[in-house]
Design a binder for this molecule. Sequence first.
Ligand code: ADP
Length: 191
Amino acid sequence: MIAIVLFGKPGAGKGTQAEFLKEKYNLTHISTGDVFRFNLKNGTELGNQAKVFIDKGELVPDEITINMLANEVANNMDKSGFLFDGFPRTIQQAEALEALLKEKNIDFVGTIGIDANDDILVARILERGKTSGRSDDQDEQKIRNRYTEYNEKTAPLINYYTEKNKYTAVDGIGSIAEVTERLAKVIDTLI
Ligand code: ADP
């Protein structure tokens, strides 16, 4: 089995692209944001723990997120591998992911970043907020806080993976199909 990580700031299109790529490469798509939202909707203990952080646009603490991710991986060992979206978002999560994949004998082929500039992204998120029902998409202050979290905690992962020779960036501006094609080209070189 293989594992690929999709990186990108909030609104970069990770979820949209993952929907296409998971079919093309027979991968289980794990979006930590989606798993959190599912738990919020269903009022689970995990959902209640995560709610305060998500509502402020802050990252959920690593321990909670890492445990959840490990459960998702353990319950989905039936495809050719995994496409992670929204995880890892901190160095500690990246270290936990590496250990988990090693333990499960999954080949971590690399991470791919979807690049786009902040102005375009904030506009996209506000637009999405009109229909997504996500409270964190509707308030500019919360959106801004997600960017601050990204810059402080997630952006260092780009260097972290570049040094390990595990990072490739693609241009995220263009049609959905164009971006899918750029991502697929990179994945084909990794697998
Ligand atoms: P976006 O990338 O648009 O911000 P996500 O759906 O990936 O949206 O995440 C929504 C929220 O869920 C985040 O703001 C954060 O509170 C929480 N979250 C998702 N993934 C993680 C993670 N790996 N670590 C901590 N918190 C996370």
